[in-house]
Ligand binder design. Structure first.
Ligand code: PLP
Length: 415
């Protein structure tokens, strides 16, 4: 009998294999048919230090023995208090307040509601959100509304709200992006939301720190809130703790998830400035932040995040990141020699390329063929169309990285 499980972003009914994973360790997944799979994309970009880091697993077990979920509206607990304090200390100083949720999408929804609440509570209602072309911020209705439109959200278009789209800052066209943003900011929108330095699901598109810095400055000049969605880019992915760091940018609102718990359990936070927090005060309680979910600040997830922060404090995480970034750059250099691999680029620990014919033409239906090929090679790689990217856990060894790149080169030449 077929499984009743309905998988995300999976076309059921085509008979494609769905490997069953029974154990994870470091950069590897182990399946029930005895295979060892190299996790080349950190299981959708969540796993930073490697699967089942002992300190994170121990923290989860310890917390699970003491306390499960408690209501967080008007109640609190030590793991959340400790985590919020640690985040305030490690993240940019202006971000003094931490609101908990449980996924990247909800962190973004919370950010949007904070931005609109900020203006509404000050008697200056603004509702328009500016976004960057090709962005992805999640799959809930609000997050989809501010993301790129395509076949994946076409059916839901009637539910999606209108936004102002700023052209992506392609190399050589950065000034056009900045001019468009400046002009859009003159119409008094509430906020501009960006994925700093790397547009992930939109195709692993990179842009330089100076553009990020300029975009932030434009928003500041016009009193438009600047929201950094670092759900994918934070926790060292781009080479620094936050991508914003490389541009000296401090956002008004910051969204974090994925690597917040080292990738072990779901948790997210939306951090905001005192100005935004203070705008949510009134004696009659009418301006409080009207948002919650049942599992807000789950203590077990907070304990995992505290263990992640302890790993950042006590282990040479930054050295591992720098080392992986160097190895990724070396491999990118090598695949530049392959005529069917185009536009090899690296941002910190992330490498991406387009696979196409030697003349650069797009190979029709390549995505699903690549997916099947990599699965057969015991690799977890999930191309975005003909864009293949490598974003492994920081602990990946040289031999595994080599296996990934030789499979990509072979795929580009044979598929
Ligand atoms: N924002 C960004 C930049 C993301 O890359 C993602 C997921 O990939 C999200 C938000 C949504 O996160 P989640 O899948 O946890 O809802």
């Amino acid at each position: 009998m077929s499984s009743p499980v309905w998988h995300p972003f999976t076309q059921h009914g085509l008979g494609e294999s769905i490997p069953r994973v029974t154990r994870t360790d470091g950069a590897f997944l182990y399946t029930d048919d005895g295979r060892r799979i190299i996790d080349a994309i950190s299981s959708w970009w969540v796993t930073t230090h490697g699967h089942c880091h002992p300190a994170i697993m121990a923290a989860i077990a310890d917390q699970a023995g003491k306390m499960d979920q408690i209501i967080f509206a008007g109640w609190t607990h030590e793991p959340a208090e400790t985590l919020a304090q640690a985040l305030v200390e490690i993240m940019p100083p202006a971000l003094e307040h931490v609101f908990f949720s449980d996924s990247g999408s909800t962190a973004v929804e919370v950010a949007l509601k904070m931005a609109l609440g900020f203006f509404a509570n000050r008697g200056e209602p603004r509702s328009r959100i500016l976004v960057l072309e090709h962005s992805y911020h999640g799959d809930t209705i609000g997050a989809m509304s501010i993301g790129a439109r395509g076949v994946y959200n076409q059916a839901y278009a009637p539910l999606l709200f209108d936004v102002g789209t700023i052209p992506y800052p392609a190399a050589g066209a950065e000034q056009a992006t900045l001019d468009a943003l400046e002009q859009a900011c003159r119409t008094a929108p509430a906020a501009f939301i960006v994925e700093p330095l790397v547009l992930g699901a939109g195709g692993m598109l990179f842009y330089p720190p100076w553009v990020l810095a300029e975009m932030r400055a434009i928003c500041a000049r016009h009193g438009v809130l600047f929201i950094a969605d670092e759900v994918m880019t934070a926790w060292g992915r781009t080479g620094t703790l936050l991508a914003c760091e490389q541009a000296g940018v401090v956002p008004d609102i910051l969204c974090l998830s994925k690597g917040l718990t080292g990738g072990a359990v779901p948790l997210a936070v939306t951090m905001a400035t005192a100005e935004i927090f203070d705008a949510h005060y009134s004696d009659d309680r009418s301006r409080m932040f009207f948002h919650s979910s049942s599992y807000t600040a789950n203590p077990i997830a907070c304990a995992a995040a505290n263990a992640n922060l302890e790993i950042w404090r006590t282990e040479p995480v930054r050295d591992r990141i720098a080392d992986l970034a160097r190895r990724q750059a070396g491999w990118a250099e090598q695949v530049r020699q392959v005529p069917t691999i185009h536009n090899a680029r690296v941002c910190g620990t992330i490498a991406a390329f387009e696979l196409a014919s030697a003349t650069g033409s797009y190979l029709d239906g390549l995505g699903p063929r690549l997916l099947a090929f990599f699965k057969q090679r015991d690799l977890l790689l999930r191309p975005l169309g003909n864009t293949v990217y490598v974003m492994p856990p920081y602990c990946i060894d040289d031999a595994s990285l080599g296996e990934i790149y030789s499979a990509i080169a072979e795929a580009s030449e044979t598929l």
